[in-house]
Design a protein around this ligand. Structure first.
Ligand code: NAP
Length: 266
């Protein structure tokens, strides 16, 4: 099948998985609009790849009120946009055995980054992607969740809950678009990574203290599974250990979901 999208918005493209996916997409011929908060990293990305292959957009996706206007500006500047990748994320510890240490502002930030912004961005970009679909053109919405959406890890309880919420949301968005004749050209893809060696862990003090800042598979190993999945047009891309350990975990839930979809009005 091959990677078919020509203009990709990569949200969370100053580090880790976002940069790796974006660079592979550039190699495959896509123009990438890289999004993140750290301007110096965005500038370096632009310098590395050049303005004919890349544009950069400094934006904080937790500014939820600003998302709609910002997205309209992106579509105006890049009308050929045909793929939106929602990849930004943060992870923080959250231990209810130490309730006094639970920082509700940080919990809210994690929810806004990993979940609420995904809803706002999806709602903001879908009209454009649906318009492509109505013209018979393909478009894609890609969301990066986590294996921790399927089985939670207690140390980062809220992170896992945001990812479980995102995972459930993606199932529903996909079913809703599929049931809508005018939206059927919009493919909804979920990438489900295991622990990967990125700043996600390096930025957490307790992980550094425990010597776990470098936990997980390498980014190259991640891409070895991720890229063929994206090229094949797979709707759910379970990476490495997640596929091996949890590949069939949701078979029963999938059947129950299919029954819901076929019997209950959208
Ligand atoms: N690494 C893992 O073990 C792992 C496992 C499963 C799932 N995931 C998921 O994979 C995705 C990518 O993670 P990663 O490992 O590549 O993490 P990372 O290296 O820490 O990169 C996170 C990216 O998200 C961006 N970001 C964070 N908050 C943002 C905000 N408010 N506005 C705009 N951009 C923001 C960061 O850019 P700025 O800081 O410049 O804004 C950065 O580009 C995340 O959704 C993560 O939850 C990662």
């Amino acid at each position: 099948m091959g990677w078919e999208y020509k203009t990709v918005l990569m949200v969370g493209c100053t580090a880790g998985l976002g940069v790796a996916m974006a660079e592979r997409m550039i190699e495959a011929g896509s123009f990438v609009i890289a999004v993140g908060r750290r301007k110096e990293r965005l500038d370096a990305f632009l310098e590395k790849h050049g303005g004919d292959k890349v544009a950069v957009e400094q934006f904080d996706i937790t500014d939820i009120e600003a998302v709609k206007g910002w997205a309209e500006g992106i579509v105006k500047a890049h009308p050929r946009l045909d793929c939106v990748v929602l990849n930004a994320g943060i992870q923080r510890p959250c231990n209810f055995a130490r309730p006094e240490a639970i920082d509700v502002d940080l919990v809210r930030k994690e929810i806004d980054t990993n979940y609420t912004s995904y809803i706002a961005l999806t709602a903001a970009f879908l009209p454009h992607l649906q318009a492509l679909s109505r013209k018979g053109r393909g478009a894609a919405l890609v969301a990066v969740s986590s294996g921790l959406a399927l089985v939670p890890l207690p140390r980062c309880a809220n992170y896992c809950a945001t990812k479980a919420a995102l995972h459930a949301l993606v199932w529903s968005i996909r079913a809703q678009l599929r049931a809508d004749e005018k939206s059927q050209g919009v493919k909804v893809i979920e990438v489900v990574p295991p622990a990967v060696q990125t700043e996600l862990h390096e930025l957490q003090e307790d992980m550094r203290a425990a010597g776990l800042a470098n936990i997980g598979i390498t980014i190259e190993e991640f891409m070895k599974d991720c890229w063929p999945g994206l090229e094949n047009g797979d709707e759910e891309i379970l990476i490495g250990p997640i596929r091996e350990n949890f590949g069939t975990l949701e078979d029963g839930r999938r059947k129950a979901f299919a029954r819901f979809v076929s019997t209950v009005p959208k």
